[in-house]
Design a protein around this ligand. Structure first.
Ligand code: PMV
Length: 326
């Protein structure tokens, strides 16, 4: 018999062009600044949720392994909100799979929590509008708020829990950009984003970053809407460096960059000298995201794949946000 308390959703990871770094309210993941991102077509999480009286506790399996501890606590926090809203007291079984190697050092929390918000709410019988889904996803992981939206997203920081959510900046086909992830390190990050967000506030440059963002955000939106890759790329790199300067000057400092990170960045500079439009950004980790036009992505990837520090590459295009699957 068909279980009516079951639903499956897929959701992409996203790369932040303007980053969420530092939490104004860590309990509800309120950011200090707006952020902007692109969904990644080849970095997905698929999550199936089933509520049933047969289950005696919540069980969560990610890529075939049952999760415990802190990860489970974060998932249960979202489930409890869904149960409260749907007035359901049942436990769940969750089976979640990433289509990208889960040890690739690519942030999976955005795809994971946005897929969870959609599948869990639907399985509980709720049909939440996009705004509510973005808020629910944000409570799991801030960046997940952006994966709900199709294509390119803008997460408005808002004033409180109810006004902080993502909206669409442009649909996936607005700009034929590609994001080539050059994976240089697959190991566990030296500091997770939760730790990084906390440390950010101790950097003397954090305040300067917020001041800079007042002009960088509108400038980037303008360059984006004009599809001006040169200006967009300049701001993209400035923004990534700004995050990493804050991380490197936090107390204690966090150095995410590795030898391979420099190799890829140098290769990008060299390509630009030869007239190829490609720019870098990085999240809280050593892997480099190279942003370029889709028509250039294969030849750029070939250059990355020849670098000794590059383990493998993943090419992404902008894509739809969270959605239900049969
Ligand atoms: O959503 P979190 O808490 O994992 O934070 C994401 C932090 C960055 O990836 C570095 C930036 C961003 O906006 O995605």
């Amino acid at each position: 018999m068909k279980n009516k308390y079951r639903a499956k959703a897929i959701s992409p990871a996203n790369i932040a062009f303007i980053k969420f770094w530092g939490k104004k309210d860590p309990l509800i993941n309120l950011p200090f600044n707006d952020s902007i991102s692109m969904n990644l077509s080849n970095c997905f999480t698929a999550t199936e949720v089933e509520f049933s009286p047969r289950y005696k506790r919540d069980r969560v399996f990610i890529d075939g392994r049952e999760v415990q501890d802190e990860k489970l606590v974060r998932v249960v926090k979202i489930l409890d909100l869904v149960r409260k809203r749907a007035k359901k007291k049942l436990f769940v079984k969750i089976v979640s799979k990433n289509n990208f190697p889960s040890d690739a050092g690519i942030a999976s929390s955005a795809s994971a929590f946005s897929a969870l918000a959609l599948s869990a709410s639907k399985a509980a019988g709720l049909s939440l509008p996009q705004k509510e889904l973005s808020i629910l996803s944000r409570l799991g992981s801030g960046s997940a708020s952006r994966s709900v939206v199709d294509g390119f997203a803008e997460w408005r920081k808002g004033k409180d829990g109810q006004t902080s959510y993502a909206i669409q900046l442009a649909p996936p086909d607005y700009w034929n950009l590609a994001d080539i992830v050059a994976v240089v390190d697959k190991g566990k990050k030296i500091a997770g984003s939760t730790e990084g967000h906390k440390a950010a506030l101790s950097s003397p440059y954090f305040k300067a970053r917020l001041v800079e963002l007042k002009t960088r955000i509108p400038a980037m939106k303008k360059a984006f809407l004009k599809r001006d890759l040169e200006e967009f790329g300049r701001l993209l790199e400035e923004e990534a460096v700004s995050l990493h300067v804050c991380a490197m000057t936090s107390k204690p400092p966090i150095f995410y960059w590795k030898k391979g990170t420099f190799e890829v960045v140098e290769a990008i500079f060299k390509m630009r000298e030869r007239g190829v439009s490609v720019y870098f950004t990085m999240d809280a980790g050593p892997n480099v995201h190279a942003i370029c036009l889709q028509k250039d992505s294969n030849r750029i990837r070939k250059i990355f794949n020849k670098l000794p520090g590059v383990l493998f590459t993943i090419i992404n295009k902008p894509c739809l946000g969270s959605r239900l699957v049969k």
